[in-house]
Design a protein around this ligand. Structure first.
Ligand code: B12
Ligand code: SF4
Length: 503
């Protein structure tokens, strides 16, 4: 373990994490976002600029072959520590990996950070003994100071002086150090370390999109969300363009997904960004997520001229009372106007909706489903609400329901086996069933075909994408009906028997 203090980031990246993956929908090219955590790319770059080293290994399942990848990475990099960046929903699946690592390498420290760690540092350490440290808050300085302390073999006294940490101390209690100050000078954060996940010269920039983030936190306070509310910080527009330019020149990137909670930070920032992209004559395509009411038709047209391909809009609900209750801070009218502007500008729009929000009634859910059809976007993601740790709604759960995340199915966090508390009249499984049905049948409507597949409003490429969405959903729907149909099931059974006898 000579040389530079080294951390090995480890991740379990399953492709089947969502009920309808983008690969299944044929959306690979457009939404073919590299699934690796941006935080890992960003923290790695920071460590490398601050006297440490970082490596990264990911597996797509827990089996002997995949675990061998980790063993090889350990032999190659000889890390001082294993690091994980986790959301709540992927925690349990990753803990299975952590247990295996701890069993094989008991002397290598394990640290976790990210949204789950930020929300429940103490509960996580208490319930999961193979985790040694939890980082709370912005991780750049915490991880660097901690890694150096680990390398120097300093004990808990030294760890107590590092802000933003929680750990199991000598008396088996949990120590939490002072809060880590928010990182303000975010222009100083180095360019993301894409070298961890793509090889220059080999990366298919025409087929895959790189994630890129220009901001930390969010200025809004939606009560279902666990983002770092109010602590909104963003890089300058010049810096943002330089980040893109560098990814284009070094890695051959052509597509980006701006993964900020919301983009752009402001209209003025956006104008400067566009001017700078034009000045540097950069050629790339991009998608981003925004809030309803933030951008106009003219804005979309200007953004389209520098490569905008698609926009996701957080509509959440079609009911004004629900929007107020969840403190979304937008109106139905604003969503309507944003989708109209996107339609008129011929931009591929994606609506993001949620069902099962706090106190939601069946008639409020119906309003959302009606609104979904009214907006008639080429694509939507409709989520079954989960009370995420770190959000305001999580805090109001009765104590005995707060541990739901400990029981999430390791194989499929979206499965119906999960016992997830509901905060409305329907149970979680009822909501999930409804949402799965709506996700599946949404494009199977005449209005969808007329507007998104046959009208000439969208580009040829986007229309063929909408057609793929229609076909994939139709195939799945028909197969679903067949699977549920007893006569059909029996026929298949008979056919199999005949084939068996025949052979
Ligand atoms: C980008 C993003 C995504 C992208 C990820 C793209 C990518 N390739 O990285 C996509 C669209 C794929 C995505 C998907 C989902 N996301 Co998301 N996403 C975000 C978002 C907007 C930004 C996250 C980000 O990368 N920020 C930039 C990095 C640099 O900051 P950071 O992650 O906060 O990390 C800092 C610290 O936490 C810390 N840190 C992080 N990791 C580590 C590790 C170590 C070892 C240390 C020491 C420190 C550390 O240091 C970092 C730098 O200071 C956040 C909201 C937000 N504003 O935070 C939601 C958020 C993370 N997502 C969330 C959710 C729920 C999801 C989904 C489950 C949604 C869904 N229903 O499908 C999925 C599944 C993700 C999964 N695998 O589990 C939740 C997580 C809440 C929770 N309690 O877990 C968030 C917080 C939003 C919310 N609704 O509350 N997401
Ligand atoms: S849902 Fe979006 S806008 Fe609302 S607080 Fe979370 S990140 Fe911000």
């Amino acid at each position: 373990m000579a040389g530079t203090p080294t951390v090995l980031f480890v991740a379990l990246n399953r492709r089947d994490y969502s009920p309808l993956s983008s690969a299944e929908l044929g959306l690979d090219v457009t939404f073919g976002l590299l699934s690796h955590k941006y935080a890992i790319l960003s923290l790695s770059a920071w460590l490398k600029e601050h006297g440490c080293n970082a490596a990264y290994v990911w597996i797509d399942d827990i089996n002997a072959d995949q675990l061998l990848r980790i063993t090889r990475a350990i032999a190659r990099h000889r890390p001082d520590a294993f690091a994980f960046s986790l959301t709540t929903e992927e925690f349990i699946a990753h803990y299975a990996v952590i247990e295996i690592l701890k069993l094989r390498y008991p002397d290598i420290h394990v640290i976790i950070g990210g949204p789950h760690a930020n929300a429940l540092p103490v509960e996580t350490l208490k319930g999961f003994p193979c985790i040694d440290y939890v980082a709370i808050g912005d991780g750049e300085e915490t991880l660097t100071e901690w890694l150096v302390a680990v390398r120097e073999g300093r004990g808990h006294e030294r760890m107590r002086s590092i802000p933003g940490l929680a750990f199991r101390d000598e008396s088996y209690g949990i120590s939490v150090t002072s809060p880590r100050a928010k990182f303000r000078e975010i222009d100083k954060i180095p360019y993301p370390d894409y070298s961890l996940v793509v090889t220059p010269g080999k990366f298919r920039g025409d087929l895959q999109a790189l994630p890129i983030i220009f901001s930390y936190g969010c200025p809004f306070y939606c009560n279902f969300c666990s983002a770092d509310h109010g602590n909104y910080r963003y890089v300058s527009s010049q810096r943002a363009v330089s980040m893109i330019e560098r990814a284009i020149n070094e890695f051959g990137a052509r597509h980006f997904v701006f993964c900020d909670s919301l983009w752009p930070p402001s209209k003025e920032w956006m104008r400067e960004f566009i001017d700078e992209v034009e000045k540097r004559e950069l050629k790339f395509e991009f998608h981003f997520e925004t809030r309803a009411g933030r951008l106009s038709y003219d804005d979309f047209i200007r953004l389209k001229s520098i490569g905008l391909r698609g926009v996701a809009v957080g509509v959440e609900s079609g009911d004004p009372d629900v929007l107020k209750r969840i403190r979304k801070g937008i109106t139905i009218e604003q969503s309507r106007a944003t989708f109209k502007a996107l339609d008129k500008a011929g931009i591929f729009a994606r609506g993001m909706f949620m069902v099962g929000n706090i106190g939601e009634t069946m008639s409020e859910i119906d309003s959302t489903l009606d609104f979904l059809d009214e907006l008639n976007a080429p694509f939507n993601t409709i989520c079954a609400f989960r009370p995420l740790p770190g959000s305001e709604v999580y805090e109001i759960l009765p104590e005995h329901e707060k541990n739901w995340w400990m029981n999430v199915n390791e194989i499929n966090p979206w499965s119906f086996d999960n016992v997830i508390p509901s905060v409305c009249g329907l149970s979680y499984n009822e909501i999930l069933e409804l949402v799965t049905e709506v996700n599946l049948t949404y494009p199977l409507r005449l209005e969808y075909l007329v507007k998104n597949v046959y009208s000439k409003r969208l580009s040829e490429e986007d229309r063929s994408l909408a057609k793929r969405i229609f076909r994939t959903h139709l195939r799945r729907y028909v197969l679903g009906i067949m699977e549920r149909n007893t006569i059909f099931r029996r026929l298949i059974h008979c056919a199999k028997c005949v084939l068996r006898v025949g052979s």
